[in-house]
Design a protein around this ligand. Structure first.
Ligand SMILES: Nc1ncnc2c1ncn2[C@@H]1O[C@H](COP(=O)(O)OP(=O)(O)O)[C@@H](O)[C@H]1O
Ligand SMILES: [Mg+2]
Length: 365
C-alpha cells in the first residue's frame, strides 16, 4: 500500500530557475504513473526527491500521509531502477538478486525461495548461475528489475529503464513491465522522455515542461483534451500541425484565415473566440485528422492541396502536402500512391481543429 502526494514541491539547485517548481499531485495506491517531458525538464529530480536522493527546497512529499522529506532512502522502502543497471559484475545472477535481502538480514531459507520466485516472475530462472557479462542487454535489465522487486518495496521508481535496449526489445519490455506492475500491484512512477512509451504504459501520464506540471490525465484525455499547445505538440506522432491564424468576418461567419486560405471556426469554438482580442491564435490539427479526398465533410472544410513527400509506414502513409505556402503533415491510408506534385483535396475535420492563445499557449474551449 502506498499513496504518494507531492505538495508544492520546489527543487532549487541555485541555477537562475528552480529545476522543479510548485509540483503538486497525488498518486493513488497501485497506480502506474508515467512522468514525461523533454530532456532537462526535471523528471529525474522529481523521482530522486521521492526516493530520498535529493531533498526538496520547499514543499512536502508524503507517502501514506507521512511526510518523508527528511527520511533516508532506506526508511522509505522504495526501489529504483535506472537506465544503467549497475549489477555487480563479479556476482552471478543468484547473488545479484539475493544481495538486497542479505543486506536486510533476511533469513537464508527465505532468501532462497524469494530468489526462485523472483527469477520465475522475471523469466530468468535458467540464468541464475551466469555472470552479468554472459547476459544480453535485455536479460541484464530483467535481473536489475528482479533485484528491485525482490524486496517487495512499497513504491517502485524507474528512470528511463528501457533507453539502452534496442527498439524491438524495448517494445516487448514495455508490455512485460506493465503486466508485471499489474501483477505486483506496487505503486509505480516511471520516467521517460518518449511520448509513445508514456502513452502505451501509463494508467495516467503527467507532462512536465521546464520544471512545471502541465497536465495530468489518462492517455486518452491527454491526447484528445490537451490543456495547452505544449502538451498538444508533445503527445502524438507525427506531431500536431500548428499554424498562426487570424480571425476574419465574411459572409456573416467568422473564419480562421492563414496565407490565402480560410476555414470556418468550428461550431463548438464559436463562443470561445468571442473573448479573443487582437493577439492572434494558433490553429492545431493532428496529422490523423486531415482527410484525403473526403466525402462527408461540409465543403468549407475541404481545400485543394499538393503532395510534397510521402513516407509509407505499411499500414499508413505519413504524407506532407502544401496549401499555398503552408505545409502540413498528414497520415493517409495506404491504398493509394501519393506522388510528389499530385493535386488532391484535403479535408480538415472540424471536430479535431484546436485553437490556442498565441501568447499563453492555452487551449480555447
Ligand atoms: N545535482 C544537481 N545539481 C545541479 N543541477 C542539477 C542537478 N541535478 C539536476 N540538475 C539540473 O536540474 C534540471 C533538471 O534535471 P533532471 O531532473 O535531470 O531533468 P530530466 O530528468 O527531465 O532530464 C536540469 O537543468 C539539470 O541540469
Ligand atoms: Mg533524467
Amino acid at each position: 500500500m502506498a499513496t504518494i502526494r507531492f505538495e508544492k514541491v520546489v527543487k532549487d539547485f541555485g541555477a537562475p530557475e528552480p529545476a522543479v517548481k510548485d509540483f503538486s499531485m497525488e498518486i493513488p495506491d497501485q497506480e502506474f504513473l508515467v512522468v514525461v517531458g523533454p530532456s532537462g525538464c526535471g523528471k529525474s529530480t522529481i523521482l530522486r526527491m521521492l526516493a530520498g536522493l535529493e531533498t526538496p527546497t520547499n514543499g512536502n512529499i508524503l507517502i501514506d500521509d507521512q511526510i518523508v522529506n527528511f527520511l533516508s532512502p532506506k526508511q522509505r522502502d522504495i526501489a529504483m531502477v535506472f537506465q544503467s543497471y549497475a549489477l555487480y559484475p563479479h556476482k552471478n545472477v543468484r547473488d545479484n538478486l539475493s544481495f538486497p535481502l542479505m543486506v536486510s538480514k533476511v533469513p537464508k531459507e527465505e532468501i532462497r525461495s524469494r530468489v526462485l520466485e523472483t527469477a520465475e516472475i522475471m523469466g530468468i530462472s535458467e540464468l541464475l548461475d551466469r555472470k552479468p557479462k554472459e547476459l544480453s542487454g535485455g536479460q541484464r535489465q530483467r535481473v536489475a528489475l528482479g533485484r528491485a522487486i525482490i524486496r517487495k518495496p512499497r513504491v517502485f521508481l524507474m528512470d528511463e529503464p528501457l533507453s539502452n535496449l534496442d527498439a524491438k526489445l524495448r517494445v516487448k519490455m514495455r508490455a512485460e513491465l506493465k503486466k508485471l506492475q499489474r501483477r505486483l500491484k506496487i505503486t509505480t512512477l516511471y520516467v521517460t522522455h518518449d511520448q509513445v512509451e508514456a502513452m502505451t504504459m501509463g494508467d495516467r501520464i503527467v507532462i512536465v515542461d521546464n520544471g512545471v506540471l502541465q497536465q495530468v490525465g489518462s492517455p486518452h484525455d491527454i491526447f484528445y483534451n490537451p490543456v495547452n499547445k505544449f502538451v498538444a505538440g508533445f503527445i502524438g506522432s507525427p506531431p500536431m500541425n500548428f499554424n498562426n491564424v487570424k480571425l476574419v468576418e465574411q459572409q456573416g461567419k467568422i473564419w480562421l484565415s492563414f496565407f490565402a486560405m480560410k476555414l470556418p471556426v468550428p461550431e463548438r469554438l464559436e463562443k470561445a473566440i468571442l473573448s479573443v482580442k487582437d493577439e492572434g491564435l494558433i490553429m492545431g490539427i493532428r496529422p490523423q485528422s486531415l482527410i484525403f479526398e473526403p466525402t462527408e465533410l461540409p465543403t468549407d472544410y475541404i481545400i485543394p492541396a499538393e503532395i510534397t513527400v510521402a513516407q509509407p509506414r505499411g499500414t499508413e502513409v505519413d504524407t506532407e502536402f502544401k496549401i499555398g505556402e503552408a505545409y502540413f503533415m498528414a497520415v493517409f491510408p495506404p491504398e493509394q500512391d501519393y506522388e510528389p506534385g499530385m493535386q488532391f483535396k484535403v479535408g480538415f475535420d472540424p471536430k479535431s481543429i484546436y485553437l490556442f492563445h498565441k501568447e499563453t499557449g492555452k487551449t480555447l474551449y
